[in-house]
Design a protein around this ligand. Structure first.
Ligand SMILES: [Zn+2]
Length: 86
């Protein structure tokens, strides 16, 4: 059996490199998901941007919907924390 240079290149360079790159990518992706979760606040107070309904939402929530009307809600706790006191 005779391997030509292109096949050698494919089996020993492209495939290992491609596999390694894929594993690296999956690992980075997993890490970013993990870090993203860790950054979330434990609980939040949310206010509906549509009807103004205020409610609490549990752990690990980045985006919340109003239980009353289904509109998008914003985290009002985060906003008040950043506001200067006067
Ligand atoms: Zn609402």
């Amino acid at each position: 059996m005779k391997l030509d240079l292109n096949e050698v290149f494919l089996y020993f360079v492209v495939l290992p490199a491609g596999g390694g790159l894929l594993l690296w990518f999956l690992n980075e992706f997993r890490k970013s998901v993990k870090n993203g979760r860790r950054l979330h606040r434990k609980t939040g107070t949310w206010e509906c941007s549509k009807c103004g309904h205020v409610f609490e939402e549990g752990e690990g929530v980045t985006l919340s919907r109003c239980p009353r009307c289904g509109g998008l809600a914003r985290d009002i706790k985060a906003k008040s924390r950043r506001a200067p006191k006067d």
